[in-house]
Design a binder for this molecule. Structure first.
Ligand code: ATP
Ligand code: MG
Ligand code: MG
Ligand code: MG
Length: 461
């Protein structure tokens, strides 16, 4: 009998509570007052100002289970979903934090004790890395903890963590779990480390600097600690499975997705993508993001359309995506009451988006398939990307996702070029301007120059 995801989340928070940490609720996916960040991408985000010394709390140790989205900005895992066992667009990060309280020795000790004593993981399957400059962390691991030097290494960029291009950052030490020789991949720092045999489970960051826009690093008022462990990854370890998608939390989601699209293949890659995407989309809508053609809303729209396309690939011919919200609420509504409360709204928003995209998806896919069949090279040209984007509402990353399945690349420069020409034409004719990642509003505006619009797609990009 294994620990469920819910039990693991609770055990983590309980452990750090016992060690004097305040249990702080998860914050929303839209960071409060932080225009530098697209989405909350780590547990430390809600404490950014505390690290910087601009905000005071009445506790100096905290622990959270934080909902995170990594689908844009500095930490972007959208392209990894469906291709690795360990990446999601939405995941929960378990963390403990010290605001000028404890530092390296205690932080390392806490992590090791939780993993090897509370969770009883075998030490010989844990690998450790530290930043190449960090003699102190190496000494603590080797002398105080007694970690085997065979499973220890010093690394460079991977062991320096930063929230974004600016903000709190510092060297870190990471703990990996060895899923065994049946899985391809080398240990951290080795040439084939990108495989999924050695999976990073916990990152312990020694927050020491604030990086400014010009790259300068100023020391924080007090050295601090910020850690993050992916709930889905530690659940996979504790439940004896390799892929995150095999854990308890995903089983019912995958079944619901299979039923909604009408497939029996629970291991289908597309099904995993759909199960992943329903989490990020539902939580983003819960936190106030709506599909649109700019900024955060466009990231949401892109994720929804990718999910719809994968469902379509599996044979779905009717809206299916919104039907998965109920299964998600059953799985996560207890831990996240705000999600349960907004179930209707989330379903409505998704259904509307499905109905809209349905009007151009089939024709767009036909055009794309034709382009792929007729191409000489292995790169989808910019004009095709642009036409799919402009006329059929295919975000360019969606087209790239399809292309990748056929072993094709996309000509991004050509796409940008076509976009620039479009903008130029719009300026010349005094029409509205278009910008990828910027506003593209065709509602009522169908006077497009240069490109033939399908009748039914005029207001549907
Ligand atoms: P990786 O190298 O595997 O991409 P990372 O180094 O980018 O992970 P961190 O920024 O250190 O991840 O985040 C802390 C922890 O959060 C990771 O150790 C991992 O357990 C978890 N995590 C990070 N990204 C994801 C993701 N996309 N999906 C699920 N869990 C994640
Ligand atoms: Mg990563
Ligand atoms: Mg990493
Ligand atoms: Mg890391």
């Amino acid at each position: 009998k294994y620990m469920t995801s819910a039990e693991i989340r609770q055990a983590f928070l309980d452990y750090f509570k016992q060690q004097g940490h305040e249990v702080v609720p998860t914050s929303p996916l839209i960071p409060a007052n932080d225009p530098t960040l697209l989405f909350t991408n780590a547990g430390m985000v809600q404490f950014k100002d505390v690290f910087l010394g601009d905000d005071k709390r009445d506790y100096s140790r905290a622990t959270t289970a934080q909902r995170c989205v990594r689908a844009g900005g500095k930490h972007n895992d959208l392209e990894n979903v469906g291709y690795t066992a360990r990446h999601h667009t939405f995941f929960e990060m378990l963390g403990n934090f010290s605001f000028g309280d404890y530092f390296k020795p205690e932080a390392i000790r806490f992590a090791w004790t939780l993993l090897t004593e509370v969770f009883q993981l075998p030490k010989e399957r844990l690998w450790v890395t530290v930043h190449h400059s960090d003699d102190e962390a190496e000494r603590i691991w080797k002398e105080d903890i007694g970690v085997d030097p065979e499973r220890f290494s010093r690394l460079d960029e991977d062991n320096f963590w930063a929230m974004g291009d600016t903000g709190p950052c510092g060297p870190c030490t990471e703990i990996f779990f060895d899923h065994g020789p049946e899985v391809a991949g080398g240990p951290p720092g080795s040439p084939d480390e990108d495989g999924d045999r050695y999976i990073e489970i916990w990152n312990v960051v020694f927050m020491q600097y604030n990086r400014s826009a010009d790259g300068e690093m100023t020391p924080l008022p007090r050295p601090s600690v910020d850690t993050g462990m992916g709930l889905e990854r530690i659940a996979a370890v504790l439940q004896g499975v390799h892929s995150n998608y095999e854990i308890d939390l995903f089983q019912n989601l995958l079944k619901a997705a299979a039923a909604a699209v009408g497939t029996d293949d629970l291991n289908s890659k597309s099904l995993r993508v759909i199960a992943d995407h329903i989490r990020s989309c539902s939580f983003l809508i819960t936190d106030g993001v709506l599909p649109s053609n700019e900024g955060r809303g466009y990231v949401l729209r892109r994720i929804i359309r990718r999910a719809i396309r994968h469902g379509n690939k599996l044979g779905a011919r009717e809206p299916f995506f919104h039907k998965l919200v109920a299964a998600l609420v059953a799985e996560m509504g207890e831990a996240y009451p705000e999600l349960a409360k907004q179930q209707d709204q989330v379903e409505r928003v998704l259904l509307k988006e499905e109905q809209q995209f349905a009007r151009t998806l089939d024709n767009g896919m036909r055009l794309l398939q034709q382009a792929i069949d007729e191409l000489d090279g292995k790169v989808i040209p910019g004009e095709t990307l642009f036409r799919l984007y402009d006329t059929y509402g295919f975000p360019v990353d969606l087209t790239a996702d399809v292309a990748r399945e056929h072993g094709f690349g996309v000509d991004m420069d050509g796409f940008e070029q076509a976009m620039a020409e479009q903008r130029e034409r719009a300026r010349a004719t005094g029409a509205f301007s278009v910008d990828y990642n910027d506003k593209l509003d065709l509602e009522g505006e169908t006077a497009f120059s240069g490109y033939e619009l399908l009748e039914d797609s005029a207001s549907v990009v």
